[in-house]
Ligand binder design. Structure first.
Ligand code: ADP
Ligand code: MG
Length: 413
């Protein structure tokens, strides 16, 4: 798969519809996290250097086709103005005379921020009239919305139907680093999976279990695996699938895990003290834990779980950390999604920090993905120290699972 990139199209002096990935949570009028903007600055600076007029389009949150004051793109425009050192004008609309007039008044290298396109009902319906309106006055689309690449919306597939397009540098980086991980695997390939939401990760874990040499499982995901394996996990957190997937036929967490491990020819359970010499098995569960009992942190071995109650598994234990570090030491490719424990609490952050420390010094091909996993990097280190970062969450897991993105046919050579 070859993407059409900025090197493949002529943008010099053009009016560019820049589809940005700026779906960023706004809390009390402030951007919760600016990385999705920071990561797009190379594309924007390139377009500025090419004397483009840059018209920025994004959606933010779930306003359900209505104007929601707290979800306007003014904060995005303000932050961009600061970062680029030049004014980014914001209009309260996405198309029409105001937009066309403003574009006429722009100098080359100027930027304009359009309103949150989800204020229009037609956006999530991929309404073709809205798509055509969005394209009026534009010469070409530069598409950087990798996290939205799986969505069939007017601002994604819609506009791409009507105008020439290419991906921006941010899209290209996200896409190619995942493509490298899954199709250019240097072995051993070790995946590390944690976090809370098994239901979001089933397909990706299933795929990773097929293509990785080992999948190390921690966090709330490990709790679900332990439950399915018949271990006593007492009051530990396990995702409540029926709440999360209310619209679908409810499935038990055991069924979901079973789905992951149903392909027994390539997937089997391995308890780490038996890892060495085990053939054909590649899912590695923790052998010990940091649990919370009566509000206090305590260490428990896996064989002690059956004798005790009233505990919550909140992190992997010290022995597991050693085993995971030993396994990772031989890796040439590493994919990591999801914290190993409740890292928000210091005493349960060591499993996650163990992986983080490894990733920081890792010289092979790596990728850290997932909203909370990136938050973890931010909390204990600096994102700039890590070469391979994905900000896309769901889209990254989708691509790993082998799903085809709806925008790709338009953005390929
Ligand atoms: P990501 O966003 O990186 O994909 P998730 O959203 O799946 O990760 O999960 C992150 C959350 O999982 C964190 O808030 C963390 O506290 C929680 N978590 C990890 N391990 C446990 C555990 N053993 N018990 C409860 N919550 C956990
Ligand atoms: Mg998350």
């Amino acid at each position: 798969m070859n993407l059409k990139t900025l090197k493949d199209v002529e943008v010099e002096g053009k009016v560019v519809l820049y589809r940005a990935p700026y779906d960023i949570e706004i809390v009390n009028g402030k951007l919760e996290d600016t990385k999705r903007i920071d990561f797009t600055l190379p594309t924007l600076n390139y377009l500025i250097s090419k004397n483009c007029k840059i018209v920025i389009l994004t959606y933010v949150g779930r306003p359900n086709g209505k104007v929601v004051e707290s979800l306007k793109t003014n904060v995005h425009a303000k932050y961009l103005s600061e970062k680029l050192g030049k004014n980014v004008e914001k209009l309260d609309t996405c198309f029409g005379e105001d937009v066309l007039d403003y574009i006429k008044s722009m100098n080359t290298g100027d930027l304009l921020m359009l309103e949150n396109v989800r204020f229009y009902k037609g956006e999530i319906e991929d309404d073709d009239n809205l798509a055509r309106e969005l394209c009026k006055g534009m010469d070409i689309i530069v598409f950087d919305a990798f996290p939205q690449a799986h969505r069939k919306h007017a601002s994604t597939t819609g506009v791409l139907r009507h105008l020439e397009s290419a991906v921006g540098f941010y899209f290209e980086k996200e896409f190619s680093q995942i493509q490298n991980i899954i199709s250019n695997i240097k072995r051993p390939f070790i995946s590390v999976i944690g976090g809370a939401k098994v239901s979001d990760k089933v397909l990706a874990i299933k795929k990773l279990a097929q293509i990785s040499d080992l999948v190390l499982v921690g966090g709330g995901v490990a709790n679900a695996f332990l439950l399915e394996q018949g271990f006593n996990i007492s009051d530990s957190f396990v995702e409540n699938i029926e709440v999360n997937k209310a619209s679908e036929k409810p499935k038990s967490i055991e069924d979901l895990v079973d789905e992951i491990v149903s392909d027994k020819t390539s997937v089997d359970f391995v308890i780490p003290d038996r890892v060495k010499g085990v053939e054909g098995g590649n899912i590695v569960l923790p052998i010990d834990f940091k649990v919370e009992i009566n509000g206090k942190a305590q260490s428990l071995l896996i064989e002690e779980l059956k004798d005790i109650n009233g505990f919550k598994i909140k992190d992997v234990g010290e022995n597991t950390n050693k085993v995971f570090a030993d396994i990772l030491a031989s890796a040439k490719t590493v994919f990591w999604n999801g914290p190993m424990g409740v890292f928000e609490q210091e005493e349960y952050s060591f499993g996650s920090r163990n992986i983080l420390k490894f990733m920081k010094n890792f010289k092979g091909m790596g990728l850290i993905a997932g909203g909370d996993s990136i938050a973890l990097v931010d909390k204990f280190d600096n994102i700039e120290n890590f070469e391979y970062i994905s900000l896309a969450g769901g889209a990254t897991l989708d691509m790993i699972s082998g799903k085809k993105f709806v925008v790709i046919p338009y953005l390929s050579k």
